[in-house]
Design a protein around this ligand. Structure first.
Ligand SMILES: [Zn+2]
Length: 108
């Protein structure tokens, strides 16, 4: 089968190393493009990846939020699930900085 992304390569069976939020989930079967390297997983594999993420307690931790205004600053609300996962509490010290075009908040 031809790759639907680059239209040049052919999809071949292989394995992909899958991670979520920087946590390694394992190797999963996929069809990988010989040209651009794009990988495609079927429904069953997608389900296995979801299961692996749930087992590690990280499934659904990525959330859309709105940045709000408080005084002259902008505020980021940390969803309860992320706070629990990272054991964040009110008063926790954190370090905030940009990383290219991303916002990074590091806690101890
Ligand atoms: Zn391709």
């Amino acid at each position: 089968m031809k790759c639907p992304i680059c239209n040049k390569g052919i999809l071949k069976k292989g394995n992909i190393k899958e991670s979520m939020f920087g946590i390694y989930l394992g190797e999963f079967p996929a069809e990988i493009c010989t040209n651009c390297g794009e990988s495609f997983t079927n429904q069953e594999t997608t389900r296995l990846i979801e299961e692996a993420a749930k087992k590690r307690g990280i499934w659904g931790l990525g959330k859309k939020i709105k940045i709000t205004k408080t005084g002259n600053s902008l505020a980021v609300r940390i969803p309860k699930e992320i706070a629990q996962y990272l054991k964040l509490k009110e008063g926790t010290d954190a370090y905030i900085h940009p990383e290219k075009d991303k916002l990074v908040i590091e806690s101890d």
